[in-house]
Design a protein around this ligand. Structure first.
Ligand SMILES: [Ca+2]
Ligand SMILES: [Ca+2]
Ligand SMILES: [Ca+2]
Length: 272
């Protein structure tokens, strides 16, 4: 466990995973704890019996452990997983990797490092939630695809924070959540159902081949409010919502831009 702690600190310093040893109540004859700590650097604690039931408080009353269990805790000290080192010798590489991954997974689930904790909708962390945040996401998912957001190996994090939903995965759902947030805070604009937007965004994820940025997408904008994001060349498999919007959006774009309060999109989308 000392080796594992060292690896976690070195490789994933931000996750700040801490391994602590805990000795059972009653298993601490004179010198036993000193002996246990003599060759180890892992912090070592001694369990007690504060409720007087002659059973170790944390070991049995709280966790009901089996000897040599590793209890994986979340940020609220709640048990999320157990891995027994008698049946899974850490000297076996596969077991060691499993143990390591359990700890990393628990930390990722708890910490959601790729979600902006100041404002989960503010993808580029500039203090504003605007269509530019959506564009950053679309550009990236178009280039790199939906994917797991891996445990950070750096000593600090920086935007973009793609994981709006907080599941450590970058998918069209994250984009949809930002769009819905922007739409929910906008007072004007053409009504668009959530299912419309979901379908449009879904086409972004399944687009193949990946279209070029300048010609592949059409964005219809009304009063600085996104009403649709679609892949122009994508054929909606259900044939209902996406195609009509794409056909009409080319004409709509010019009117929309004239009435838009600023040319925000132009900077990112010169072809509009
Ligand atoms: Ca007890
Ligand atoms: Ca932003
Ligand atoms: Ca996500």
């Amino acid at each position: 466990m000392d080796r594992l702690q060292g690896e976690l600190e070195t490789t994933y310093p931000i996750l700040n995973i801490q391994i602590v040893g805990l000795n059972e109540f009653g298993q601490d004859p004179a010198g036993a704890n000193d002996l246990m700590m003599a060759s180890r650097t892992t912090p070592w604690l001694q369990d007690g019996d504060s409720n007087g039931n002659q059973r170790s408080d944390v070991w049995y009353d709280k966790w009901n452990v089996t000897y040599r269990d590793v209890i994986v805790l979340n940020g609220q000290n709640e048990m999320t997983d157990v891995y027994n080192l008698t049946s899974h010798d850490l000297g076996v590489a596969a077991n060691y990797a499993t143990m390591r991954d359990k700890l990393i997974d628990a930390a990722m689930t708890e910490q959601k490092p790729w979600q902006n904790h100041r404002d989960r909708f503010d993808i580029n962390d500039d203090g504003f939630v605007v269509p530019g945040d959506v564009l950053i996401m679309i550009n990236d998912i178009n280039a790199n695809g939906p994917r797991d957001l891996l445990p950070p190996t750096t000593t600090s994090l920086a935007a973009p924070y793609y994981d709006c939903s907080g599941d450590n995965y970058f998918s069209p759902i994250d984009i949809l959540q930002v769009i819905n947030f922007i739409e929910g805070t906008s007072a004007e604009g053409e009504a668009t159902s959530e299912s419309d937007v979901a379908m449009q965004i879904a086409t972004v994820a399944i687009a193949s081949p990946v279209p070029s940025l300048s010609s592949g997408f059409e964005v219809t904008l009304a009063s600085n409010r996104i009403v649709a994001v679609s892949v122009a060349m994508q054929v909606d498999p259900t044939g209902t919502n996406a195609a009509p919007r794409s056909e009409s959006s080319a004409e709509d774009n010019s009117e929309s831009r004239e009435s838009a309060p600023d040319d925000f999109w132009a900077e990112y989308w010169p072809s509009l």
